[in-house]
Design a protein around this ligand. Structure first.
Ligand code: GLN
Length: 193
């Protein structure tokens, strides 16, 4: 059975823990880098990316996350988490961790009031479209050769991507009752161990 860590420095980590619990996957709130050694993968939740990156640096997660990610440790970032994982942002802030070969644009749909939901097809998710919740969401504007686009909006914006052990979604699967994305990540972890 896999143990999934949820980075619990800011944002909606509790919702991720609940989503994992619903499908019987053990989750651990990760607040210190040492805890990364006792989990099989990590979710970086949605929230406010400049704050999350600041806290990542204050608690000294940056080097260990970069090392683990290059060793094949599975990491999934949702929304702000996707921003944190990017190699480059079209914004000046924050300074992302550069785990994944993607360029990300923050707040790509405008302000909080421009949040929306959409039914999208996600490669690897069977039995129909996934109801995706976008809250001041980012989009992936450029991907490197090793990155696979798993889902796009009708306008062509990439909103779910994977690069080997790394997964990033611009939307928030933890805010719906649909657990298929959490199961997909748990499967990625299982396959990697
Ligand atoms: N707009 C936020 C940011 O740039 C991300 C929003 C979210 O995680 N829902 O950090």
């Amino acid at each position: 059975m896999v143990r999934v860590g949820v980075l619990a420095v800011q944002g909606d980590f509790i919702e991720h823990s609940h989503a994992l619990k619903r499908v019987g996957v053990e989750s651990v709130e990760v607040r210190l880098p040492e805890q990364l050694d006792s989990v099989d993968g990590l979710i970086i939740p949605g929230g406010e990316s400049t704050t999350i990156v600041q806290l990542i640096d204050i608690y000294k997660f940056r080097d260990s996350l970069r090392a683990k990610s290059s060793e094949g440790f599975p990491i999934w970032g949702t929304c702000a988490g996707m921003i944190v994982m990017a190699s480059e942002l079209t914004d000046k802030r924050p300074d992302p961790l550069k785990l994944m070969d993607i360029v990300v644009t923050r707040n790509a749909f405008g302000r909080q009031v421009d949040s929306f939901e959409a039914d999208i097809d996600v490669s690897g998710i069977n039995d129909g479209p996934f109801r995706a919740v976008f809250i001041r969401a980012p989009i992936v504007t450029k991907v490197g050769k090793k990155v696979k686009i798993l889902a796009e909006l009708d306008n062509g914006n990439a909103v779910a991507v994977q690069q080997n052990n790394l997964l990033a979604t611009a939307f928030h699967p933890e805010l719906t009752n649909d657990s298929r994305m959490h199961l997909l990540f748990a499967k990625m972890i299982e396959d990697s161990t």
